[in-house]
Design a binder for this molecule. Sequence first.
Ligand code: SAH
Ligand code: SF4
Length: 376
Amino acid sequence: MTPTNLLDFDLPQLTDWIQSLGERPFRARQIFRWIHREGCDDFAAMSDVAKSLRAKLAEQAIIAAPRVLRDSVSRDGTRKWLLDVGGGNAVETVFIPERSRGTLCISTQAGCALECAFCSTGKQGFNRNLSTAEILGQLWLANRLLGAAKAEGDWDTTEGPDNGRVVTNVVLMGMGEPLANFEAVVHALRVMLDDHGYGLSRRRVTVSTSGIVPAIDRLREHCPVALAVSLHAPNDALRDRLVPINRKYPLRELLAACQRYLERAPRDFITFEYVLLEGVNDAPEHARELVTLVRDVPCKFNLIPFNPFPGAPFARPDEDRIRRFASILMEAGLVTTTRKTRGDDVAAACGQLAGQVRDRTRRSRQTMGIDQGEMV
Ligand code: SAH
Ligand code: SF4
């Protein structure tokens, strides 16, 4: 019998499973706290759980996160883990320490099917969705590994929020499109938010999407956390080229979905991400067109200067051009930040995450001239 991985369950699911073993529901809460609050993976150590149940759990269940294949630390303290998710696929998780917070950037798919022109994950093709255990396992693992480093005093952690955790914020901005893996992502989000789990507030958990409109509506119904939308262009003609999903869900529909989301969102704005590609979408006219486009949506802008990767047909604009673009948005009253590049010496910056993916679509052979799917 294949053991049940308890990292796959949110609390209601774990409760159902525990009851199916003939146990009382409160046992699920105890076990859940051991797993997520204590980072425990050994049933024998769950001291307030009856011995007979511990034995039963050891027979039927496991607590297993993906295995760490590589652990890299950047000069700026950004840490990146390459994780084995089986079948020759690997995904990446990035921890970004700052003075007042520690942000974990989590992957949701092995590869991505959406083929955005400037994204190295998209260039790799798509293999499969990650399970809840593989998504949540990234947070579980990071807390364990960073917690251990902190205890040994070899990690310069944040001075920030006082819940004792190193990871204070989670962003679903790693490899993959979170809303294309909806069920698994929502179960993982529920554990992140659960007071018996990681107890993160909805404002500190952000889903980033390239704009799958029906799934934005479903997220609003089922689990409204902070939302970031990858805009990248001020009109449909350009966005169709850069973010191909725009052909299915054009800007007008996307912005209407953002408006609807705000009715339930934990923050009163949407974050628009905008990757700056030299000579493509970074002209002052583009900035002015953007101002008009988002007129009716309360929002903030996060500009991301393009991060290069091998074979990418784009370049990062120079500082002046970036500043000019940002100042047009700011002069129009839009709160705008330019994302600092973190961890690029270990290829951990936005859009550089590649992991290793066996591309089931076999697309990469044409797009990159090599078949990354055969790399592993
Ligand atoms: N699939 C989701 C989340 C993962 S990508 C999405 O597209 O929103 C996270 C962010 O990194 C997105 O805004 C994405 O457009 C951006 N990004 C991708 N490639 C990049 C690159 N090479 N340089 C800078 N940002 C990039
Ligand atoms: Fe997928 Fe996001 Fe990359 Fe687009 S930017 S290919 S949606 S991971």
